[in-house]
Ligand binder design. Structure first.
Ligand code: ADP
Ligand code: TZP
Ligand code: MG
Length: 269
């Protein structure tokens, strides 16, 4: 695999408008800054359409919802669609409550997303596949995650990334697996949410036809940064969060190839 978009993110410093949850806002902004992007956090209905006239990508994350935020997400998503700006959905806890189910369905019917990033439970819900989620966590299930990614990508006509021990990415046709990462990731809150923001940053520097490659590179760089950061840390989750932010800033395309566990498993659906 050739890494080409990471340097582009650092050169272009894309402005990523994050409509994200209150738990992860600070971590997400720090992660984007470390990577080389420019975070702008806002959920004000009065200004979110205007932001799409100068931003390079929009992230909509439903982690902590309220009516004003949902109104703003709909305004921002439609404005981004009009401006041709990539929009990423993180459907946090999508199937967990009736309100989240209703909001997710409304967002998906009124906004065309460029990519959706969620854990197994969240994307299984979108694909209408049985899975036992636990609040915002992935929970338990038996279904084939590559197929879930592919089904959701076909259904919503976008790139879908199912993150976890192995990430499964699909454009509705190809399914790509990334087996890098570290078990320390699920021990810090916001590691999935920041991944959605990082995907948005990568999408903000590429042409449409490169969207799948950009999402693959975003997830790969992210998982490898975590893997490198976790070396020698054992169970020190607090240190991991700091070391991971450092790695997002320090990781370079040159030292990635040897560690890579990437598998383009199935291109024939
Ligand atoms: N057990 C694991 N081993 C290695 N990497 C993991 C593991 N669980 C999650 N990851 C990585 O953590 C990051 C966040 O994904 P995830 O934990 O699935 O998100 P969420 O917080 O939304 O549930 C991804 O880069 C994913 O590859
Ligand atoms: C704990 C929590 N509760 C509502 S949103 C949120 C953050 C979830 O972040 P992530 O999915 O990245 O761990
Ligand atoms: Mg999540």
């Amino acid at each position: 695999m050739q890494f080409k978009y990471l340097n582009l993110v650092r050169e272009r410093n894309p402005l990523v408008h994050c409509m994200t949850n209150i738990v992860v806002a600070n971590f997400s902004a720090n992660g984007l800054l470390a990577l080389g992007a420019s975070p702008f956090m806002s959920t004000s209905p009065q200004e979110v359409a205007e932001i799409q006239t100068f931003g390079q990508a929009l992230l909509i994350n439903i982690g902590t919802l309220n009516k004003s935020d949902v109104d703003a997400m709909l305004i921002a998503g439609k404005a981004a669609n009009q401006q041709g700006i990539p929009v990423v959905l993180d459907p946090v806890g999508a199937g967990a409550t009736a309100y989240r189910r209703q909001v997710t369905s409304q967002l998906l019917s009124e906004i065309q997303f460029t990519a959706i990033r969620g854990n197994a439970a969240e994307i299984a819900f979108l694909a209408n596949v049985d899975w036992q989620g636990k609040g915002v966590d992935a929970g338990q299930g038996e279904a084939n995650l590559g197929e879930i990614a592919r089904t959701a990508a076909q259904k919503y006509q976008c790139i879908v990334a199912v993150s976890g021990e192995i990430d499964y990415l699909s454009d509705g046709k190809n399914v790509i697996q990334i087996a890098n990462g570290t078990p320390l990731f699920p021990k810090i809150t916001g590691s999935g949410c920041l991944l959605g923001a990082v995907i948005a940053a990568f999408l903000g520097v590429v042409d449409k036809q490169d969207n799948l490659n950009a999402v693959v590179e975003a997830c790969t760089v992210y998982a490898l940064a975590g893997e490198i950061a976790a070396q020698n840390l054992s169970t020190q989750v607090g240190s991991f969060a700091t070391a991971f932010l450092n790695q997002l800033a320090e990781i370079s395309c040159e030292n990635l190839t040897a560690l890579l566990k990437l598998n383009k498993e199935n291109n024939n659906a």
